[in-house]
Design a protein around this ligand. Structure first.
Ligand code: HEM
Length: 509
């Protein structure tokens, strides 16, 4: 009797589980169907299949052409025009390349950053990374309070005081390259720039001497790269956490360890500083000191304690290091490819700096052509391709109604390639950024540091740092690109030069 009862119970359980799976499957299919219907009036390429949507097409294209997602989206712009949608599972985003709509959306703080993308930054594969930090906070009022805390640390006066660190870092890079300037050794400049920008952000932000430049065993750069790879994977393949293969498990483990390592370095750094301040020791006037003062040693605000400060520590490394390193690499690569640009730059650097060993703050605005070169480099090779907003209300875009709640993706990597905004976009022509009386067509089509209130807080700092480093390197060395390398973009959250800007270096006469 008992045996029959157990069997019956087992049978009912199996039936229940099957019914539950069936109902969930039907409900999910209906949801995906409704999602497709909601956007049926907006152009899109044919979906490869019902559930995976455009994912297989995107993946195949990226693999075949060895290109980033942004290139696929550019191809679809050529086919579909200024607005189109992309479906992957139940997620849909609409790409918008109309500068008027970009302005309207990005300058209205009601349209916030979407959870789907920015929550990924909070924790990767279950390991806390950046929490709800300046970059990832999606709630506007919480973000404004946090930003107000940080803004004073980026004022002009403070940035002026960083010139010593920028000069010193550039000199250390020069010393390092001197050892390799034999015209034969292949030097991957992306690695060199990543090390130096890491050292700069460590010093400027948190008084840390990471010495990544001199110490190849420094674990921080490897961890930072791993974290970005993990983030990219979790965004592009949202189900990656559940893939059981040994390779996927190993990758997830490495990413979690990298998150842990960076957070623990941050924790040690912050706690040591709090102790030093309590002892009354002299402490550097860096971003950390500003924040500890402003937050009363992390006691003044229940939303900003030690873990939140560690979130910001991580954020500054993730947001400020690779972006700047990649920008330096792309810009040097372009300068090497265009000898006439280099010629003009050398004349300007000679006129402004002559033999001066130190680049002063007052020299920076005089390096005008260098600034144009950097801007043009970011048009063709932006370290970040664009941004996304969740629409607070329905909008009109190029004759289409885009529903409330849509994730709208604006992409200046694509807009930078469009004739509509830039004449002969494939040409590398820094002069196009010279200020003229005429309102440029590229206003709101060019936003490498984003737009509106959530614009990059480190923008001025990055532009100062890169000018000092490039001026000092170009004055001292000749860089020749190793033949045969590719000049495309590899996307690992940030965009980087695919072959790393490989060079032979010689001392300039
Ligand atoms: C060439 C170098 C850089 C580029 C191209 C760049 C680009 C950007 C972009 C596009 C955003 C907006 C991201 C989004 O919409 O989600 C952003 C935000 C941010 N960046 Fe940068 N960035 C650079 C350097 C830096 C540096 C050096 C720092 C730190 C010192 C930094 C710190 C931040 C932070 C904290 C945010 C979030 C701002 C907020 O929402 O309040 N960035 N950056």
């Amino acid at each position: 009797m008992i045996g029959i009862g157990v069997l019956a119970l087992l049978g009912y359980t199996i039936l229940f589980v099957l019914l539950l799976a069936l109902t969930s499957g039907v409900a999910y299919s209906a949801y995906v169907y409704m999602q497709h219907r909601k956007y049926a009036h907006i152009p899109s390429v044919k979906r490869a299949n019902f559930f995976m949507g455009h994912y297989p097409t995107i993946k195949d294209y990226m693999k075949k052409h060895e290109c980033p997602l942004a290139e696929v989206l550019y191809e679809w712009y050529k086919e579909l025009g200024l607005v189109y949608c992309v479906h992957v599972l139940h997620n849909t985003f609409v790409v918008c390349l109309d500068s008027k709509v970009v302005k309207m959306v990005m300058t209205n703080s009601k349209h916030t950053k979407p959870h789907v993308e920015y929550d990924a930054f909070q924790a990767v594969f279950g390991s806390r990374l950046g929490g709800r930090s300046l970059v990832s906070e999606t709630d506007h009022s919480r973000w404004s309070q946090r930003r107000a805390l940080f803004n004073p640390a980026f004022n002009r006066q403070y940035l002026k005081g960083l010139m010593d660190i920028f000069n010193d870092s550039a000199d250390r890079l020069v010393q390092d390259l001197m050892k390799r300037a034999d015209g034969q050794t292949v030097v991957t400049m992306r690695d060199k720039f990543n090390s130096i920008t890491l050292d700069v952000i460590g010093k400027v932000g948190f008084g840390l001497d990471l010495n990544a430049m001199e110490d190849p065993s420094c674990p921080f750069p490897v961890a930072a790269t791993k974290v970005l790879q993990g983030l990219q994977k979790s965004l592009l393949v949202p189900w990656y956490s559940y893939i059981p293969s040994a390779h996927a498990r190993n990758f997830r483990k490495e990413v979690k360890e990298a998150c842990h390592l960076i957070r623990e370095i941050g924790r040690d750094c912050i706690l040591s500083r709090i102790e030093a301040k309590a002892r009354g020791d002299a402490t550097p006037q860096d971003i950390l000191t500003y924040l500890l003062d402003a937050s009363k040693e992390l006691q003044g605000d229940q939303n900003f304690g030690l873990e939140e400060m560690i979130d910001e520590f991580v954020t500054f490394f993730v947001a400020g290091q690779e972006t700047t390193g990649n920008h330096l690499s792309f810009t040097l690569q372009q300068i090497c490819r265009y000898p006439e640009v280099l010629k003009k730059l050398l004349i300007e650097i000679e006129e402004v700096l002559g033999d001066k060993p130190f680049v002063d703050y007052s020299d920076l605005p005089k390096l005008e052509y260098l600034m144009l070169v950097m801007k043009e480099s970011m048009r063709q090779f932006p370290p970040v391709s664009g941004s996304t907003r969740s629409l607070a209300h329905e909008i009109e875009c190029c004759g289409y109604t885009i529903p409330k709640g849509t994730r709208l993706r604006v992409n200046h990597f694509i807009m930078g390639k469009m004739e509509k905004y830039f004449d002969d976009p494939e040409e590398f022509r820094p002069e196009r950024f010279q200020v003229s009386d005429e309102t440029p067509r590229h206003l709101y089509a060019y936003f490498p540091f984003s737009l509106g209130q959530r614009t990059c807080i480190g923008q001025s700092m990055a532009m100062m740092e890169t000018r000092v480093i490039l001026a000092k390197l170009l004055r001292r060395f000749t860089f020749d690109l190793v033949p045969g390398q590719k000049f495309g973009i590899k996307q690992e959250l940030t965009n980087k030069p695919v072959d790393g800007c490989k060079t032979y270096i010689t001392l300039r006469e």
